[in-house]
Design a protein around this ligand. Sequence first.
Ligand SMILES: [Cu+2]
Length: 247
Amino acid sequence: MKSAVLPWLATALAQQASAHYVFNRLIVNNTISREFQYVRDVSGNAGTYDDLWLKTFPIYGPENANVTCGRGSFPVHNADTIQTATIVAGSDVGLMVSGPYYEGDVQGYIFHEGPGQVFLSKLPDGTKSLMEYDGKGDFFKIAYAGPADKTTWSTMDTLSVNFTIPAATPSGKYLLRIEHFMPSMTLGQSQWFVNCAHVDIVGGGNGSPGPMVRFPNAYAEDDPSIWFPTPNDLSLYKEPMPAVWKG
Ligand SMILES: [Cu+2]
């Protein structure tokens, strides 16, 4: 197995500068959705929507408005086709990458060194539907995938960030937001991969989720979780605030 995998990996690492990804599939109870079935479509870095490769390009900096739900994600571009996933509170869920496709591989991998985090934002009172929600409301964090050990990020070379919707989450319509980012060694170089899915949580509980944050600007470029000059020692990495709400 190793002899088959390693040459591909070496090539991929050599292409790391352009090897990016978009979390466009939702996994619910081990069922993988189609691309952008439940996830808001995003534009490429040139503004068009027709090229998956361009959609994978990073967003730079936590203060960029595109870190709310991804570049060009609101108004919802795939309004005619996006669906809302029904998820029973307590279920296992994941957000999975597509692209890039190269070297004959059919899947993209999470290539950048950094953490993954997952958030929920309830449809605000007075906003009629998720289609009309710009994502500027309150988000609480439900998952953090940090370093696996001193030298390895737990998401490295995986296809998805997996988590559980807390059973105590109140029922209702939510934006389910994932961010995977590469902290910067030099100030101002962080790269962000952000997507949002439309979900309807059913069978929920009576929890009071929090603490809440809003995007962009939940973090500053010089936060120790965003500007991390010592990537060779992940024991020094601090989980970004807010804390995970466990329900
Ligand atoms: Cu990059």
